[in-house]
Design a binder for this molecule. Sequence first.
Ligand code: PLP
Length: 345
Amino acid sequence: MNFDINKLLRENIRNLKPYSSARDEFSGDAAVFLDANENPYNSPWNRYPDPHQRILKSKVCEIKNIAVQNIFLGNGSDEPIDLLFRAFCEPGKDNIVSINPTYGMYRVAADTNNIKVNLVPLNGDFGLDDEAVLAAVTSDTKIIFLCSPNNPTGNALNNDGLLKIITGFNGVVVIDEAYIDFCPEKSLLPKLDQYPNLVILQTFSKAWGMAGLRLGMAFAAEPIIDVLSRIKYPYNLSILTQQKGLELLANEKLKTEWVTVILKERDKMIASLTTYPFVIKVFPTDANFVLVKVYDPRGIYQYLVDEKIIVRDRSSIALCEGCLRISIGSPEENATLMEAFDSLV
Ligand SMILES: *Cc1c(COP(=O)(O)O)cnc(C)c1O
């Protein structure tokens, strides 16, 4: 690996002078703030939020055991995904490499930024072909997007393969670990400081139960985090998100309990699913969902909709022919799904 962030950045981003907000120029304690054209009434919502999210970040630093200068907080993981494109990929010229099937947002962000996507199929059991991924890289490839555990397949990708890609590529490698709280031992976060080109995405939307708050994380070496921070909207996280996020992060024990219940429910769901005659295969999963191959996926999907149960029809996706993706719900919700399946046979 020969990673030179300055060569990799788009020229306009390299030369960009970031917006300097009132709260950047003075952030200490004072009695009277007349610097940001805020309304003096309607406290506390009248004040702009901390653009650097200092308090929330120090809590994330404590939970993740990662230094604050290696943390970017965004409006969901979607924000750092888009910012990475805007920082590194020249529209109409550059490309990214990713795997197929995977999370749909990489493609949407690429299309939004007019960036081509070179997709490398996963192998038959949804495993990572690291050599094929590296072989898909061209001189215009700036980022490789990988997702582990992968959505919609559910399996974590092989860490040796991921590390070969990280060390074998001179651009940025993004590993999206949105589901890593369900298999924490597989995270690459403890190795972050060994790889200057590695970006790890995590989120509070899944195991932490905060999808509605929109709070995502990117972890990387300081030069990459600095770039993301320079080009983000100055006030990308509202006061509400920062305050409520901080409050909920005090509940780490609760999150651990939820994960324990969800994993137990997942095992039960897998055991039940394998007994139904319309199920062809339940794929192994490291996440809070299972991919299930069935006879007549459209018919089963529609039957469940009529029963007021919504799962995700993934049957039109490459390598997922015949598959439904089922999120693990509460014990009651999962029991409702199994009752519906019982009446189907
Ligand atoms: C759910 C999910 C996310 C989370 O996105 P947020 O914007 O943080 O809610 C990210 N990546 C993948 C692969 C996901 O499935």
